[in-house]
Structure formats: structure tokens, C-alpha cells
Design a protein around this ligand. Structure first.
Ligand SMILES: C[S@@+](CC[C@H](N)C(=O)[O-])C[C@H]1O[C@@H](n2cnc3c(N)ncnc32)[C@H](O)[C@@H]1O
Length: 206
């Protein structure tokens, strides 16, 4: 996920549902020049995250904060990379259906990303299908020439999915986000999808 998110050139990286901090810790060890912020609503998860951060020796570059992804305590357009593993509903139950929360979650992520920033999500196949069916992102067909080419992520069992032919009709619009790529990934017992977007224009705030 971190490779797909182009962290190598980033300064500020946010995981707004960081859990025990696995993604941030792995990324902080690989890219020590960046700063990482992990937010989670669960104090117990944050305690484990702090342990992991200490054990990995990345205290200098990782900060942890209690908060909600639905109301991020983060300045708009201040983050280069948002990377997150959205709860599948198996291990982490949510009081509301994730499908219901997803628009607000993505709006918050869109808000804090700077223009040119990258969003990478790990989604269940079900949630990815919901997103594909009900949400509208710009396609990268036009943007592709301007987007720096990434080295292909070495994902086993990966399959490129795209959003060609999509129309915005009746879909929830995220006008500042351009869909770059999606890849299927096997997590052993579960199949999931890496979903990558780039913020290509300013967010319109109402
Ligand atoms: C799938 S887990 C993240 C796993 C994480 N990648 C790790 O390494 O542990 C999802 C996390 O989202 C958190 N979460 C659920 N709802 C949230 C909310 N509204 N705001 C912030 N965090 C939330 C849960 O507490 C849980 O830690």
C-alpha cells in the first residue's frame, strides 16, 4: 500500500483509521524522511500502536492522536498521502454501516489532502463494488499523461480494474479526486482491493 501511495516523495502521511499502526510503522521504517500521523477513535488500539511505534524505533517520525475519521483534527490540504485500511466489519464492528459512512470518510480524506496528494485505501471487495457503483471519481485517462509513472506494485494475484465508461449520473461526486488504479489482492481468507486516487483539483467547500 505504501509503495502504491508514492510515499518516497512525501512529507506528511496520514492514516486516519490507524489501528495498531501497522501501515505507518512499516512505512516509517522504509521512508524515514517523512512524518506520519496516525488517528484512531479507539484508545486501546492507539495504546498498541504506541507500543509498535516504540518497538520499531520510529518515535521521531510517527505521531498518534485520538480522533474520528469523520471529523479529522487536521488542517485542510496539509497532507501529501492518506493511506488507510477501511474496516471490513469482521474484526472491527462499526455502530453504523460502512457503506453509509464511506461518503463522509472520503470527503474528509479529500479535504485534508493537498492538490497532487495521493489516497490509497484497502477495501473489501463488497465495499469496492459499492464505491464503483455509487460514487463518481474523475478517470485518469485524461490525467494519465501528467501523472508520474509508478513502478508496478508487485502484488501477487493482482488484476487491474478501471472505471472506463462510468458516468456521473446518480452517483455521489468527488470532483477533486481522480481514480488512478485499483488492484485485487488476496489477504488469505479474504479478497480485497487496493484503490488509488489522486487529488487533482481544489476541494469545493460548501
Ligand atoms: C481495519 S482497522 C485498521 C487496521 C490497521 N491498519 C492496523 O494496522 O491495525 C480499522 C480501525 O478503524 C478504527 N475506526 C473505526 N471507526 C473509526 C472512526 N470513526 N474514526 C477513527 N477510527 C475509526 C478502528 O478503531 C480500527 O482500529
Amino acid at each position: 500500500m505504501a509503495s502504491l501511495a508514492e510515499i518516497s516523495t512525501a512529507k506528511h502521511v496520514l492514516d486516519p483509521m490507524c489501528g495498531v499502526g501497522t501501515i505507518l510503522v512499516e512505512a516509517a521504517m522504509e521512508w524515514p524522511h517523512a512524518t506520519f500521523l496516525g488517528i484512531d477513535k479507539s484508545e486501546s488500539q492507539l495504546k498498541y500502536a504506541l507500543d509498535n511505534v516504540k518497538k520499531a524505533g520510529v518515535m521521531h517520525s510517527v505521531a498518534l492522536l485520538k480522533g474520528s475519521v469523520l471529523d479529522l483534527p487536521v488542517v485542510s490540504e496539509s497532507i501529501d498521502i492518506v493511506i488507510s485500511d477501511i474496516p471490513f466489519g469482521k474484526k472491527f464492528t462499526c455502530s453504523r454501516d460502512m457503506k453509509e459512512l464511506l461518503p463522509d470518510i472520503i470527503h474528509q480524506m479529500e479535504r485534508v489532502l493537498r492538490i497532487g496528494g495521493v489516497l490509497v485505501l484497502l477495501l473489501s471487495q463488497k465495499l469496492h463494488h459499492h464505491l464503483k457503483t455509487n460514487f463518481h471519481f474523475k478517470s485518469d485517462e485524461i490525467e494519465r499523461l501528467q501523472v508520474p509513472k509508478l513502478d508496478s506494485p508487485s502484488l501477487s494475484n493482482s488484476e487491474s480494474l478501471n472505471y472506463k465508461g462510468q458516468t456521473a449520473t446518480d452517483k455521489l461526486d468527488f470532483p477533486s479526486l481522480t481514480h488512478i488504479e485499483s488492484h485485487s489482492v488476496s489477504l488469505g481468507v479474504t479478497e480485497a482491493v487496493f484503490f488509488k486516487c489522486k487529488k487533482t483539483s481544489q476541494t469545493m467547500f460548501c
